[in-house]
Ligand binder design. Structure first.
Ligand code: C2E
Ligand code: CA
Ligand code: CA
Ligand code: CA
Length: 275
């Protein structure tokens, strides 16, 4: 009963109590949001420095909470992972992104983030195959972004899953490159198509000694392994000029556009690629 529940909180500090309660509410809202599909996918353009055109978009999840407004995915994705909700949520993003991208001009790809928990779930490859089949999106226009934590958790099954995905024609990117550990050995042993240079390096470009050197090294590494390099979090013309000079293939960041709702994607394409 109510008294009992209240009694069980008595050993906690008041602020801890409040935090736990806030967390429980968020969990409850998250479960409910999933059944009501209260999520939205935003899209941020990825710009090719080879062609000087937008070549694709990254799909980024948004949760518009009825009381709190927009809650950052950085806040609710870890909770969704813990609750096991990330699998249905991630599959929803995947379907939605493929559905939307199937209507874009043929050259444009869509990149979808896949969390470590989702990656090792039994249903990922099936979910990807089904999403492509149902939406008619060719596999080569879908890219999955995974972080090093996936590789650390289960290197054995990861190889098999990556190969199954590649058999569908899907491209695979290593996200947030440089923030984990053992990056170099992973690059050698897994069939990545792309390296995304983490925004923490891009932020320090032209500012912090040594950062230019790291970015140059990563771009060189990508080139010699036959992988595309994409720099994230590009906000200034100076960063862009530097990345261009180093031969980076693609850039993404507020300098080009913030993530936008699906209704504004056509405008972004028109703005950068013309009609
Ligand atoms: P991420 O995959 O590294 O995505 C890039 C983040 O950087 C996005 O934050 C994006 O809005 C932000 N960003 C883009 N350009 C700039 C810039 O110029 N400056 C700065 N300061 N930030 C920029 P967002 O959308 O809040 O997403 C945060 C993280 O949440 C993502 O990081 C990703 O790890 C995760 N996430 C988002 N959507 C999904 C999803 O559908 N599934 C999974 N598993 N994770 C997701
Ligand atoms: Ca990403
Ligand atoms: Ca990233
Ligand atoms: Ca290039």
């Amino acid at each position: 009963g109510k008294t009992e529940a209240r009694g069980s909180f008595r050993f906690f500090e008041p602020e801890m109590d409040a935090r736990l309660q806030a967390r429980r509410l968020l969990e409850r809202d998250l479960r409910e949001a999933l059944t009501r599909e209260a999520f939205e996918v935003y899209y941020q353009p990825i710009y090719s420095l080879d062609t000087d055109r937008v070549c694709g978009f990254e799909a980024l999840l948004r949760w518009n909470h009825p009381v709190r407004g927009f809650i950052s995915p950085a806040e609710f994705i870890p909770i969704a992972e813990e609750l096991g909700l990330i699998v249905p949520l991630g599959e929803w993003v995947l379907r939605r992104a493929c559905e939307v991208a199937a209507h874009w001009p043929d050259g444009l790809k869509v990149a979808v983030n896949v969390s470590a928990v989702q990656f090792t779930s039994a249903s990922l490859v099936t979910a990807v195959r089904e999403a492509l089949r149902r939406t008619g999106l060719p596999g080569r226009r879908l890219e999955l972004e995974i972080t090093e934590s996936v590789l650390v958790a289960n290197p054995g099954s990861t190889t098999a899953i990556l190969h199954s995905l590649k058999a569908l024609g899907v491209r695979v990117a290593m996200d947030d490159f440089g923030t984990g550990y053992s990056s170099l050995s992973y690059l050698r042993s897994f069939p990545f198509d792309k390296i995304k240079i983490d925004q923490s390096f891009v932020r320090d470009l032209c500012i912090k000694d040594g950062t230019d050197f790291i970015v140059r090294a990563v771009i060189g590494l990508g080139a010699s392994l036959g992988m595309t390099t994409t720099a994230e979090g590009v906000e200034t013309e100076a960063q862009l000029a530097q990345l261009r000079a180093e031969g980076c293939d693609e850039v993404q960041g507020y300098l080009f556009s913030r993530p936008v709702p699906v209704s504004e994607v056509a405008d972004v394409i028109r703005r950068w690629n013309g009609n």
